[in-house]
Design a protein around this ligand. Structure first.
Ligand SMILES: [Zn+2]
Length: 219
């Protein structure tokens, strides 16, 4: 894949993020990695307004902006630290989905409740509130990047990673759906989560085929 193709793909998922109400206004930021660089949303743009050439190219090792570009998103450090700490990460999606934010306000762990969540996401971690756009947030977030692909940020939003943009993006959708389902069920009684055995059965090697099948369906 060329950097031009990465830029096109970023635009595609950025538009989906807005049209699926995972972020409003100029909130949220998305990046993808390509040959030692990351391509990150520019600061101050709504994600669906970004043109392919406007994604800011940043050298992952040095942190230098390597195109003429715009100012990168204020969460640039969070993205940089994550790519440096976990070389398997190919893309990062940070959003402010309403059910996820509502969920973080009750400060409980998000249980694993249904098969798509178990297979595509697995464990979701929680980082208590930290002032956004600071190195404190980047430091707190980077602690999680080798432990889980989805992290709820208290009173703030969600960060998901994946081997590629599609995976990171769909994890965002599935975690938002999970938070929504949890909150609906909680209105009636304490929700029944999958048991550890039920989760492990899906998360086991045999389920790889199931996971891939799901991702293909999601095209
Ligand atoms: Zn944010």
């Amino acid at each position: 894949m060329s950097s031009a193709a990465i830029r096109e793909e970023l635009c595609k998922y950025a538009r989906k993020t807005v049209s699926n109400k995972l972020v409003v206004g100029p909130g949220g930021n998305i990046s993808a990695k390509h040959e030692g660089k990351m391509y990150l949303s520019p600061s101050g743009f709504a994600l669906d307004e970004i043109e392919p050439e406007q994604w800011v190219e940043v050298d992952i090792e040095s942190g230098d902006i390597t195109d003429i570009g715009l100012r990168p998103s204020s969460e640039v450090l969070m993205h940089l630290y994550a790519y440096r700490a976990n070389p398997n990460i190919g893309a990062i999606v940070h959003t402010h989905p309403p059910y996820c934010i509502a969920f973080t306000l009750v400060e409980t762990e998000l249980p694993i409740m249904f098969p798509d969540q178990a297979a595509l996401v697995g464990k979701t971690l929680y980082v208590p509130y930290v002032l956004p756009t600071t190195d404190k947030l980047a430091d707190a977030y980077v602690e999680t990047v080798n432990k889980a692909s989805t992290v709820l940020l208290g009173n703030h939003g969600l960060v998901t990673t994946g081997r590629n943009l599609r995976e990171a993006y769909y994890r965002t959708e599935v975690v938002e759906e999970s938070a929504k389902i949890f909150l609906i069920a909680t209105a009636i009684r304490e929700p029944k989560a999958l048991t550890k055995e039920e989760f492990e059965e899906i998360a086991s090697l045999e389920s790889e085929a199931y996971r891939i099948q799901l991702l293909q369906k999601m095209k």
